[in-house]
Structure formats: structure tokens, C-alpha cells
Ligand binder design. Structure first.
Ligand code: MF3
Ligand code: CO
Ligand code: CO
Length: 259
């Protein structure tokens, strides 16, 4: 399928939804503390979206799962790579948590995730989160008209592997905006100068998942969604929704100004 080029009106709508998703992540920051359950965070996020006339794209989502996703957000703790289902798990000091928010506002989708340290985390965990954030940043540098999608996965995997981390290849970034998951698939491991070329008006995510141990994942049978590392190693992820502009790109989900 061809990669959609969004119209100025669509871009405006997707920018608004993306900003709201990012604001939701910011709002959640104050609540991420030892003692809160991931289900409670889910309720806070759901309330926030409601207050801003948006809905969650994840609740009831039927991607590849055996049952529809039951959270308004994904909450992925420690060895969970992605798609963690909010439940009665109580966060404890030293946990690392990923929250992934996808909003639908006026029919437009915005998708973003980031890491949170719960209390004091180990140096190993902090280093993994920092490196993963850096992976997203260097991926963004490859986003401009004429660049090819493979360049993103190339720089990310080179950087991560050099530091002894593995890069998850069973889950990818994706086109986004008019639907939750559109073409293209954005791999975080790839060869330089491969893949389709980026054009102004394309909107997609980069969302590297980086592991301390092996790259492989296994999905919890209990919920059909929660994807963990096979060896119990830690996993971290950061995600932005990105617009290709005439001369570069814009991270539509950036509200921290630090990409
Ligand atoms: N937001 C995730 C992504 O970045 C997808 C979550 S699908 C869900 O693509 F069903 F698990 F929520
Ligand atoms: Co995504
Ligand atoms: Co996401």
C-alpha cells in the first residue's frame, strides 16, 4: 500500500491529537510513584482524555490479540517490551515503567510513549532508558524528504548494538494519523539506504524497544497482549509521531522540547 500524504487540514488535526497524547503523558508524571497500580493510572489517563473530548485508540483494539485490548493506555513494567495491559500490579521502588498513549481526537490519531522511573532505579535501568531515548533522537535525525525508511533502523541498531543492547524486531513503528496503524512499517533494525523514500506530508511513528538481554519476546497467555523479554531482561521504549516537512521533520508529540 502506498504511504498516505496527509493534507494540511489532516496534519492540523493529527498535530492536535498528538499534542494531547503527549500532554496526557505529562499529566501522568505526577502520579507515577510506588504504591499506585497500573489500573489506577489507566483511569487517570481515561479521565484526562474524556476531559479533552478525546477517546483512547487502544481500548477495544483488536490488532493481533486473541481478545480486544482492555486498557486506555499500555503500561509496560521492567521486562515488558510493549502492550502491557493495565491491571492490579502495584508499582514499587526501582521499577521502570513505559506508558503508551494513543488518542483519537476529531477522528485523528496521535501516538506517543515514554519511560518513567519509579522511585530510585538502578544505574543499569537508567542507562537503558537514556540510551533508548537517544535511539529515538538519532532516528529523528534521519527524517527528511528524500531520506529512506531503512536509515532509521540503521542508525538505531548501530547505536544500540555498540552499547551491548539488543533491538526488538518483532514490533515496529508505523504510519499513523487517519488510522491507528497505517503503512509503512518502520523497523528499528535495517540497512542504510533501503526502504521507501520519505516525502513531505507523511506521518509515522518511531518507537524503538531496546533490551538489556535478548531481543526476542513472548506474549503472556493470561491476557494475550503483554509482550515480555524471553530472558527476563529489562526493556525500554520511547515513541514520537513524526511529520515529514519540506525541510526536515516535526515531532508532533513533543511537548518537552527535548528531542
Ligand atoms: N500504541 C501502540 C503503538 O505504539 C500500540 C498499542 S496497541 C494495544 O503502536 F492494543 F496494545 F494497545
Ligand atoms: Co505506535
Ligand atoms: Co504507541
Amino acid at each position: 500500500m502506498a504511504i498516505k500524504i496527509k493534507t494540511p487540514k489532516q496534519i492540523e488535526g493529527i498535530r492536535k491529537s498528538s499534542q494531547l497524547a503527549a500532554q496526557c503523558l505529562k499529566h501522568l508524571e505526577q502520579f507515577v510513584k510506588p504504591g499506585i497500580t497500573t489500573k489506577e493510572l489507566d483511569t487517570i489517563a481515561s479521565d484526562f482524555m474524556k476531559q479533552h473530548n478525546a477517546t483512547s485508540a487502544t481500548i477495544g483494539y483488536k490488532g493481533h490479540g486473541v481478545q480486544p485490548f482492555s486498557g486506555h493506555i499500555c503500561t509496560s513494567v521492567n521486562d515488558v517490551i510493549c502492550h502491557g495491559v493495565p491491571n492490579d500490579y502495584t508499582l514499587k521502588d526501582g521499577d521502570i515503567l513505559n506508558i503508551d498513549v494513543t488518542t483519537i481526537l476529531d477522528g485523528y490519531f496521535g501516538d506517543t510513549c515514554r519511560m518513567y522511573a519509579v522511585g530510585d532505579v538502578t544505574d543499569e535501568a537508567q542507562a537503558l532508558m537514556d540510551a533508548t531515548k537517544e535511539c529515538l533522537k538519532i532516528g529523528l535525525k534521519e527524517c527528511y524528504p528524500g531520506s529512506r525508511f531503512g536509515n532509521i533502523g540503521y542508525v538505531i541498531s548501530e547505536f544500540a548494538h555498540k552499547q551491548g543492547y539488543s533491538v526488538v524486531y518483532e514490533f515496529c513503528g508505523h504510519g499513523v494519523g487517519l488510522q491507528f496503524h497505517e503503512d509503512p512499517e518502520v523497523s528499528h533494525i535495517a540497512h542504510k539506504n533501503t526502504g521507501k523514500r520519505m516525502r513531505p506530508g507523511m506521518i509515522f511513528t518511531i518507537e524503538p524497544m531496546i533490551n538489556t538481554g535478548k531481543a526476542r519476546s513472548k506474549v503472556d497467555e493470561s491476557d494475550g497482549w503483554t509482550a515480555r523479554t524471553i530472558d527476563g531482561g529489562l526493556s525500554a521504549q520511547y515513541e514520537h509521531t513524526i511529520l515529514i516537512t519540506e525541510n526536515g521533520c516535526e515531532a508532533l508529540t513533543d511537548v518537552y522540547g527535548d528531542y
